[in-house]
Design a protein around this ligand. Structure first.
Ligand code: GAP
Length: 456
């Protein structure tokens, strides 16, 4: 179990208090396992996605981007195996009407009887559970106004299948040959029955998936490559190395398509949990879609005359889980001037706001100069202006959303055009000339960073 101050309840309450992430449909009492991202949540999530695109297509030449449809031809899910096999075993309680996962009715999963929370479902005096039934996790809907045969479609449960369907088209225009990858970020949907845990498991969620197509004989080598590359990526986001691990799946855990899978796991407040799965999918998907569609999905090497169905290595990550890992890893509490402080010690490049510009007082020309400074910085980095409340309270507000630097305009600023730069982690305040400020802050943003919680 984690050893620092963070608990899931504290993360939930900070996220709600600062409008980072909060329950959806709240005015109607909320809806199960569904959350909305507010201003700072959107900025944080966008930084995660941008960092992923940078690693996939900014830093490499062998991967191209795709944005495929959420609703695909229903045969897609027959071919992929989702229609037949993407199920959870569920039981219903005839007394309270709640539904539970049959494989989560043990103390480890901590699911409670809603009528008698001191016991597990099925153990209360009034519990009356049905037999377990297999329940498909795909959301079904219909195309067209009439619910007629043949019009049933599904919201995608993973973005990956859209990539396989477009393999041939992309191969045609991308002028790439294996090894090459197709990357996609987008929403996926699963009708999950879950015990809460905030945004860890939600009904709709964003995935960052990349299918890397390789010659069959090279698959294992590339699988190992992606294990290492993806672990490195999380460390580059500033997540502490001792809170990350790779866990290889046992043979009986493997999905139907996989010959090897490892999870990148993070030590969340609820224990070690999956952040990302990296799978060797072999040629399962291309072969299945070729069979169901009648299209040849293979690669022909004109130089060697060789024809083959590429094998696929898939790093599949969740935006929400990465965002949650960042929040948990950064959360800290300390004491400042005799007052408790909550602070997100995020990697500056991940922080929703990089710099807050704060006039010490709301008079004497300080707000005007602060606006000038804000305008100087806003094109270089996400900047916020705040003049409401005491300077201490404003610092505290920025600490809570993880802003690494606060620039304060005071009476001296009007005399010599210098400002103070307060550092969120060291709490030092340095005087910097306004003209030099954009470069000074941009330099800090580019600098190497390790979590101050590592040294603590
Ligand atoms: N294409 C392979 C695939 O979808 P997965 O392990 O089921 O594999 C990949 O999902 C990642 O998507 C997970 O590691 C997790 O980060 C995220 N994810 C999956 N289901 C989720 C859910 N219900 N809520 C939030 N994130 C989820």
């Amino acid at each position: 179990m984690p050893d620092d101050a963070v608990t899931m309840d504290k993360i939930v309450s900070l996220c709600k208090r600062r409008g980072i992430i909060f329950p959806a449909s709240e005015i109607y009492g909320g809806i199960a396992n569904t959350y909305d991202y507010g201003h700072y949540g959107v900025l944080l999530k966008r930084n995660v996605v941008d960092a992923w695109w940078q690693a996939m297509i900014g830093d490499r030449d062998d991967i191209v981007a795709l944005d495929s449809a959420i609703i695909q031809h229903p045969r897609t899910w027959e071919a992929s195996g989702h229609l037949a096999g993407f199920t959870d075993p569920l039981v219903d309680c005839r007394t309270c009407g709640q539904r539970f996962r049959a494989d989560h009715l043990d103390a480890e999963h901590d699911v409670r009887c809603p009528r008698k929370p001191s016991v597990l479902p099925g153990q209360g005096p009034d519990c009356n559970l049905t037999e377990a039934r297999e329940f498909n996790l795909m959301f079904e809907t219909t195309i067209g106004p009439v619910q007629e045969a043949g019009s049933t479609v599904y919201l995608r449960p993973e973005t990956a299948q859209g990539i396989f369907l477009d393999f041939k088209t992309v191969l045609g225009f991308a002028r790439r040959k294996p090894p090459f990858g197709i990357a996609q970020v987008g929403k996926s949907f699963r009708n999950e029955i879950t015990p809460g845990n905030f945004i860890f498991r939600t009904l709709e969620f964003e995935q960052m998936e990349m299918e890397y197509f390789v010659p069959p004989d090279d698959a294992h080598r590339w699988y190992l490559h992606w294990l290492e590359a993806r672990m490195d990526w999380y460390e580059r986001l500033g997540i502490r190395g001792d809170h990350l691990r790779l866990r290889a799946h046992e043979q009986d855990e493997l999905s139907h398509y996989s010959s090897a899978t490892s999870d990148v796991e993070y030590l969340y407040p609820i224990g070690w949990q999956e952040l990302e799965g990296i799978a060797n999918r072999g040629n399962f998907d291309l072969t299945q879609h070729a069979q169901y569609s009648g299209e040849k999905l293979e690669y022909f090497d004109q130089q060697s005359g060789e024809r083959y169905v590429p094998h696929v290595i898939e790093p599949a990550a969740g935006v929400g889980r990465a965002t949650l890992a960042l929040l948990c890893d950064a959360y800290d509490e300390d004491e400042l001037g005799g007052e408790a402080r909550t602070v997100l010690k995020l990697h500056p490049r991940m922080a929703p706001v990089k710099v807050a510009v704060l006039p010490l007082v709301r008079k004497d020309g300080q707000p005007e100069l602060a606006h000038e400074v804000r305008n100087l910085l806003r094109r270089r980095m996400q900047t916020e202006y705040d003049e409401g409340g005491s300077i201490g309270r404003r610092y505290r507000r920025q600490d809570e959303i993880g802003t690494p630097w606060c620039v304060t305009i005071d009476h001296q600023s009007l005399e010599d055009r210098t400002v103070t730069v307060r550092d969120r982690d060291t709490l030092t305040q340095d005087r910097v000339a306004i003209d030099e400020l954009p470069d000074v802050l941009a330099g800090k943003l580019e600098a190497a960073w390790i979590s101050p919680k590592v040294a603590a």
